[in-house]
Ligand binder design. Structure first.
Ligand SMILES: NC(=O)c1ccc[n+]([C@@H]2O[C@H](COP(=O)([O-])OP(=O)(O)OC[C@H]3O[C@@H](n4cnc5c(N)ncnc54)[C@H](O)[C@@H]3O)[C@@H](O)[C@H]2O)c1
Length: 262
């Protein structure tokens, strides 16, 4: 039987990189894509040094033609199977809504939402042709309740949440499982210069490796039987998700107001 395969976007750094390493250790052939060529070369060296298999390629997730080309190339080395696509690439710009340049709002929408839509659509024929395939989207705890100083970023993650829930139902007929992974703040370049008070209140407690472990575990066969859609990462995100289900909206709103000092 051909090796199981995974394609990961934004794989050159942070959560994507850690996820690529974790899947390689688990025996997958990894398709690692990013706009950062140097980061990809460094990742490939590390995977190969550990005895793993990887194929890298330049991919801007907002470019549909690049998606088609990279996936077709990967199919050639992967015996035409795509077991898992991880839509991980994302960008964040925090701060007061009116002070964030419009181009940065647009960039978040294009990459965090557009990239997931284009990528999921481009990968569909490969996922459909691979029995037991899965689509994993990187969501965020900021999709639980709108976050001050993170309004557009949070809105993009609400969109990812909606896409995940809809496709989870829609793609059952194709036997493609769809799920989302929900970290709170993770110690990566993305949170290096966060300009927002809720990060100060809650702290940055997760590592990229913590998230990668949840992604790999969530996609294991045993977890498929449970058919969960949303996977929080860490105790804080888990508690926030449970609280959001069982608390009245006014309370969630008040907690968010206090956390963000607004
Ligand atoms: N870091 C956090 O606190 C956190 C929390 C929740 C969710 N997330 C989500 O996890 C994902 C990864 O975040 P991270 O913290 O690892 O970020 P990161 O900034 O460390 O890495 C992001 C990677 O995406 C790549 N990238 C950026 N634009 C791209 C594009 N147009 N096409 C392809 N690749 C592109 C970058 O080159 C980089 O390698 C994102 O979707 C993010 O929203 C992060």
């Amino acid at each position: 039987m051909a090796k199981q395969t995974v394609v990961i976007t934004g794989a050159a750094a942070g959560i994507g990189r850690a996820t690529a390493l974790e899947f390689a250790r688990a025996g997958y052939l990894v398709g690692a894509f990013d706009i950062d060529e140097t980061g990809l070369a460094d990742l490939a060296r590390e995977i190969r040094a550990g005895g793993g298999e990887v194929s890298t390629g330049l991919l801007d997730v907002t470019d549909a033609e690049q998606w088609d080309a990279r996936l077709a190339e990967f199919a050639e080395v992967a015996s035409h199977r795509l077991d898992i696509l991880v839509n991980n690439a994302g960008v964040l710009y925090s701060g007061r809504f009116e002070e964030i340049p419009l181009a940065e709002h647009q960039r978040m929408l294009d990459i965090n939402v557009g990239g997931v839509v284009i990528g999921s659509r481009a990968a569909f024929p490969y996922l459909q042709a691979t029995p037991g395939s899965q689509l994993v989207n990187l969501c965020s705890a900021s999709a639980i309740y709108g976050q001050p100083e993170l309004a557009t970023y949070g809105a993009t993650k609400f969109a990812v949440r909606g896409l995940t829930e809809a496709l989870e139902l829609e793609w059952r007929r194709h036997r493609i499982r769809v799920l989302a992974v929900w970290p709170l703040f993770v110690n990566t370049a993305m949170t290096g210069n966060l300009d927002m008070r809720s990060a100060d209140s809650l702290g940055i407690k997760l590592t990229a490796a913590d998230v990668a472990k949840v992604v790999v575990k969530a996609t294991r066969r045993s977890h498929r039987m449970l058919a969960k859609v949303h996977y929080p990462v860490g105790r804080q995100a888990g508690a926030m998700m449970v609280a959001s289900r069982f608390s009245p909206t006014w309370l969630i709103r008040e907690i968010n107001r206090r956390i963000s000092h607004t």
